[in-house]
Write a protein that binds this ligand. Sequence first.
Ligand code: NAI
Length: 405
Amino acid sequence: MSIPVKILLAENIHSVAKERLESEGFQVDLLSHSPSEEELLKLLPQYQVLGIRSKTEISEKVLKANPHLLCIGAFCIGTNQINLKASTSIGVPVFNAPHSNTRSVAELVIAEMIGLCRQLCDRSMKAHVGEWIKSADGSREIRGKTLGIVGYGHIGSQLSVLAESLGLKVVFYDIVKKLPLGNAQVMRTLSELLEISDFVSLHVPETSQTKNMISSAEFKKMKKDSFLINASRGSVVEIEDLVVALKSKHLAGCAIDVFPMEPSSNKEKFQSPLQGLPNVILTPHIGGSTEEAQYAIGLEVAESFRRFIRMWSSAGAVNFPNVDLPARPSVSRMINIHKNEPGVLGEVNGLISKAGANIQAQYLATDEKIGYLIVDIEVVDGHGLANEIQKLTRSIKTRVVLAQK
Ligand code: NAI
């Protein structure tokens, strides 16, 4: 018999998550708003699993008061809103969905390349106020142009495939060796890429290395009349230097989705030195914001919940050693999360052997703080054994899913 699991999904998480989890036999309750700390302290004792989006803060106080939680899901990309250190210390993995919106970002970039080449936004805005600018001057096709992709990860490589299908030549630069897709060509240096690209599109993470990686020296290396697109992180481009490159007409335009300072809500005013400049597309960090991405995020995190609850698979957890063992329903599966100190495995195995249980498979993964042990085991009293193991001083959490008879 499976353990009865109650799941709370807050912040209007896409309905596909509830449907998916209910089809597994879990009980799911919904909250349309982002619960406060006080509300969480009141609600969580009734639930084993919590799903939130980006607005709900999960503090150390909330986590320490709810060590019974099995796992938490951030139905979004970032996990800054959750105190990950505290979550790890009580043995609660946190799952997110970092790549469910990859395609949405890649599609936006394609739209922006065409939009920039045709001055689409400016001409549309003018038509709205009665100005009729029918002219081919400065309007170009994207076919045959060179797209330089900086960061050939999930989004960069997806963009590469889409761009080639539209007849662009693709070059890319990455600090890690990456397999070029289609006819894309690797560039040895960023400078090499900047010098030959008609479009430079940035798809790197925020790191100390990428902070202001595109500033005045890089703009100078870019081709005259080329375009810059940034839908990665606001810190990657030195905005004042971009303004200079646009005002001097060295660049023919840009599309920027992410900014060094972004409003924290739709109610706050947005300000940028890029406002009012010609052929500059500004969007409010919507690269990954589509209904399809929300749907995919709902499915991805719900699937992580299912795999953890049913099989104790921690694959994809951001704060936990990642372990993914194939399902073996004919034997019981036990997990033990413990402080990563020498000798714990010996103590656990001593208790297993004392119980006369037969180990079918065992897997231990560790990080500097915790050890995550999964044992597939033939045992008469699985819960009794789990209770004994949990009593070890260095055990954080021990759980068992019993064999299906
Ligand atoms: P990813 O991790 O799959 O790929 C990033 C790539 O950049 C990796 O291949 C990495 O090796 C490379 N890289 C790292 N440092 C580099 C450097 N100094 N120079 C060149 N390459 C470097 O990430 P993913 O999913 O493709 O996301 C890329 C960016 O897009 C991230 O910053 C992410 O936050 C952002 N993003 C923005 C969204 C939006 O709404 N605008 C939505 C989703 C992601």
